[in-house]
Design a protein around this ligand. Structure first.
Ligand code: NOJ
Length: 570
């Protein structure tokens, strides 16, 4: 089931149409506005957009409560606008993947309305019901502190329905073959309208067994193959990027041993340990997470991210580790959420410290996988903690110093624009940063360009290089007879370090700095670096003639540097 592997060396950009750009002054972002901003995204250099839910929805969970899978929410435009948008993106070489939210629907979806009204409706069995309140209904809530139960009583159905998330999001009965058939139909529909795949929401819950009698849900991984198969039959280069915050020992179940299930997954394991590493200046648990998530089929890929539209979930860390991250990045309880996470944006978490923001991004861009940026993070946008739950980090994009950051001409934007303090649009906006050669926006553009020129990260194998300093992460990637090395100092104080590139041959004597002129020449076989506080280096091993050495036929590192004559003699 090999397909076009474009996602192995891509840069994803996640955005929500409603908060990106409003073209008709009604206060809500729309497809027309987004289309006008595609040049900005092209300039930034991203290669794929992950578009958050935009279908018809009452909007009680930022669109993750869909009431019609085959329509665009009228606030954002219509299907015609959507097709114009996918076309315009394709013209600029940008792919679009969209959210596939099929664990649940909105309680306003006609399927659910019929199901609750009529016990004989075919839709009754599309949801999960119980006559009596199931005994463990208070267990397994996803939003503790806000959500009380996973079962709610419906007075018209005279029955309890299951909802893994909020009570207005009844779970679909994904064991029903008609539901699965409908999911495939939804995928087929959007594929036909020009998307290159899906970010599949809540995958472990979609495939779990559901029902009042289920004490411990069991994942039905074979469903993932059916979904993948259908997608590939319809469109060979379409992908699924799974949202599955699972432990490394089940990763293979999601990717499929033969690479026949999910193409990509977000690496939540690395994400949480990365924040721990930044907080504690200790990369050792991160290294463990990287090694644990390393085994995967060659065609599979990790999505590496820092922040997304949800809370930064730290639920997989130990209590002590989590406390450390809270203490460093979210000391005030109001910055924390759901007893496990942080609801802030990246820049304020890192106290707006440019060195630390660059360090975090440099790490994300050089971790094994494909980077996924969140809109506004390229500007260092902040959050509005006065907004509830996760809404604080979903404020409109800050385009300029015009009223409402140039996001809308309306006086009432869909969500308040950040208008005061150091992250107010008067100080943080795209227009100013575009002009400033030293801005974070221009740094991000440059780092994206360089990232795209280093396919070794997305395609190659990595080795962690010993540095004897827990605050320093040194990684080498090898791919097609080329190697690159990345070194990061997570501490505020400078570090002097010595390390071995770990490859045979003279070529290791030179590390060419990809971002500045200060190259490294080995002394006694080792490289000696002076890394400033939060410093980072991107190196190519050997000279810049690497493209001449890149070859479809890989020579194992051990043989790579021998003179050609000795190789032919063997
Ligand atoms: C995960 C999404 O990222 C989140 O925003 C949403 O609330 C839940 N799934 C439910 O769809």
């Amino acid at each position: 089931m090999i397909n076009n592997l474009w996602y192995k060396n891509a840069v994803f950009y996640c955005l929500s149409v409603g908060t990106f750009m409003d073209s008709n002054a009604d206060g809500v972002g729309d497809f027309e506005g987004l289309m006008r901003r595609l040049d900005y995204l092209q300039g930034l250099g991203i290669t794929a957009i992950w578009l958050m839910p935009f279908q018809t929805s009452p909007g009680r969970d930022d669109g993750y409560d869909i009431s019609n899978y085959y329509e665009v929410n009228p606030r954002y435009g219509n299907l015609g606008d959507f097709v114009e948008f996918t076309h315009a993106a394709a013209q600029r070489g940008i792919r679009v993947i969209i959210d596939l939210v099929v664990n649940h629907t909105s309680d306003q979806h006609p399927w659910f309305r019929q199901a609750r009204r009529d016990p004989n409706s075919k839709y009754r069995d599309w949801y999960v019901w119980a006559k009596k309140r199931p005994p463990d209904s208070a267990k397994g809530v996803v939003f503790p502190g806000v959500q009380k139960s996973t079962w709610s009583y419906d007075s018209s159905a005279h029955a309890w329905y299951f909802h893994r998330f909020y009570d207005f999001q009844p779970d679909l009965n994904t064991a029903n073959p008609h539901v699965l058939a409908e999911i495939l139909k939804i995928m087929g529909f959007w594929i036909q309208l020009g998307v290159s795949g899906f970010r599949m929401d809540a995958v472990p819950f979609v495939i779990a067994t559901k029902g009042a009698a289920v004490r411990k849900p069991v994942e039905r991984y074979d469903m993932l193959r059916s979904i993948r198969e259908f997608l590939q039959w319809r469109q060979g280069d379409a992908i699924i990027l799974a949202e599955a915050n699972v432990l490394p020992d089940t990763d293979m179940e999601y990717f499929g041993r033969a690479g026949d299930r999910m193409h990509m997954m977000f690496n939540f394991q690395v994400n949480q340990n990365l924040f721990y590493a930044l907080a504690a200046r200790d990369v050792r648990p991160l290294c463990t997470a990287m090694r644990a998530t390393n085994p995967r089929p060659a065609t599979a890929q990790w999505g590496q991210f820092l922040r997304n539209h949800d809370e930064l979930d730290l639920g997989r860390l130990t209590r002590q580790q989590r406390e450390k991250v809270f203490q460093e990045f979210a000391p005030d309880p109001g910055m924390q959420l759901y007893e496990r996470g942080i609801r802030r944006r990246l820049a304020p978490m890192l106290a707006g410290d440019r060195r630390r923001i660059e360090l975090a991004y440099s790490l994300m861009f050089t971790l094994p996988g494909t980077p996924v940026i969140r809109y506004g993070d390229e500007l260092g946008m902040g959050d509005d903690l006065a907004l509830t739950e996760r809404n604080c980090a979903r404020t409109p994009m800050q385009w300029s110093t015009e009223p409402n950051a140039g996001f809308t001409k309306s006086r009432k934007p869909v969500s308040p624009v950040i208008s005061s303090g150091p992250y107010g649009y008067q100080h943080v906006n795209a227009a100013q940063q575009r002009r400033d050669p030293n801005s974070l926006l221009n740094w991000t553009e440059r780092i994206i360009r360089m990232r795209k020129e280093v396919p070794e990260i997305g395609w190659g194998d990595f080795q962690l290089l010993p540095t004897a300093d827990p605050a320093v992460l040194a990684i080498r990637y090898d791919w097609r007879n080329n190697s690159v090395v990345f070194v990061h100092n997570l501490d505020a104080t400078p570090r002097e370090l010595a390390f071995d590139v770990g490859l045979p041959g003279e070529e290791c004597a030179l590390l060419v700095n990809l971002l500045s002129e200060d190259h490294s020449h080995a002394r006694g076989g080792r490289h000696h670096l002076m890394l400033e506080g939060y410093g980072y280096r991107w190196f190519r091993v050997g000279g810049l003639d690497y493209l001449l050495k890149r070859s479809d036929v890989e020579t194992p590192p051990a043989h790579r540097r021998r003179p050609a004559a000795s190789r032919t003699r063997r």
